[in-house]
Design a protein around this ligand. Structure first.
Ligand code: HEM
Length: 297
């Protein structure tokens, strides 16, 4: 079949008049790099709040991270959307998720060594009460990866999804330890995103990555390669990368033992440590000993 005929067939198959489609194609302007990547728009999205030049680095690196989170969600939406999911397919996707997490971990030096210490410690005061804690995509990744009960470990046995969110582990970082009240950082965050988190948790009930993995395990198809890929991702996302992030927080906020307040107001030294946080996506893949030593440095 000639190329023209293939095109006509394709247009007919999607219910389009082939003549209309061909004329449309003839009039298309040739694509260029800047229109395809929307780079000019992308570069209008950096809006520093202070005069310190290194704040630009802080904004751009957060944006890079959000784009990487978006790629991870792109994979996770596919993974949780498949009706039939083979061990091979899941292994490939989990390796991609680890690749992205490796990228985040390996590049975090841009924060630790790529900004002036004094500049950061000055401009950060202009950013409160904003905090990376308020990254919605970060929370969405958790919801796609694991059952809500793993994130809301202290919730009562029969708690509803809405109730579980009031026990989710990150509530701890948003509660003022002196008064027990929610901080402004948490209140703003919940006001903007809580409904979409609840909706997502409903959609993903019994269908998270953890559930998909369990189904493969129950059907006797859990290969060593898949098991290792899942464990690797769990370790990277929930221990290795958080430790790099914590070390950076220590560098800027506790270099001389000052324990400076973070912009989000959490008891960050404890809260950010994976040993205390114990966020684990696939608990059944770890032995009791491994779980007992989870997150240790
Ligand atoms: C100089 C660099 C950074 C420092 C000192 C820092 C510090 C902190 C601190 C102290 C917290 C605890 C919450 C609070 O009280 O504010 C936090 C949370 C968080 N930060 Fe950062 N951060 C830095 C860079 C980043 C970057 C580049 C990202 C990428 C998006 C990020 C993402 C997060 C996330 C997702 C949380 C919540 C973690 C959780 O709930 O487990 N941070 N950060």
């Amino acid at each position: 079949m000639s190329n023209e005929n293939i095109l006509e067939e394709k247009l007919r198959a999607i219910g389009m008049d082939p003549r209309m489609g061909v004329v449309g194609l003839q009039n298309l302007a040739p694509i260029n790099y800047w229109d395809y990547t929307q780079v000019d728009t992308l570069l209008t999205l950096q809006k520093p709040r202070t005069e310190f030049e290194d704040e630009y680095i802080f904004i751009v690196y957060h944006q890079i991270t959000e784009l990487v989170f978006n790629l991870m969600l792109h994979e996770l939406k596919q993974l949780t959307g498949y009706v039939e999911l083979s061990a091979e397919k899941m292994t490939v996707k989990l390796k991609r998720l680890s690749n992205y997490t490796n990228m985040l971990q390996n590049s975090f030096d841009i924060m630790t060594r790529g900004m002036d210490y004094d500049q950061y410690n000055t401009f950060r005061h202009s950013l409160a009460p904003a905090s990376g804690f308020q990254s919605a995509q970060y929370r969405m990744i958790e919801l796609y990866c694991t059952s809500l009960k793993n994130l809301a470990r202290n919730a009562p046995e029969n708690a509803t999804i809405v109730e579980q969110f009031q026990h989710i582990y990150w509530q701890h970082a948003g509660t003022d330890p002196r008064t027990g009240n929610k901080t402004l950082t948490l209140r703003q965050f919940e006001e903007k995103y809580l409904n979409s988190f609840i909706e997502t948790a409903h959609l993903l009930k019994d269908n998270t990555l953890e559930n998909k993995l369990q189904k493969i395990q129950e059907s006797g198809n859990l290969t060593d390669e898949l098991r290792n890929a899942a464990r690797e991702f769990d370790q990277l996302y929930n221990v290795t990368w958080p430790l790099v992030h914590l070390q950076t927080a220590r560098f800027y906020l506790n270099a001389k033992g000052e324990n400076k307040a973070a912009t989000g107001g959490s008891e960050w030294q404890k809260y950010l440590h994976p040993k205390y946080q114990r966020r684990i996506f696939f608990p059944s893949l770890w032995s009791d000993i491994e779980l007992a030593h989870w997150g240790e440095e």
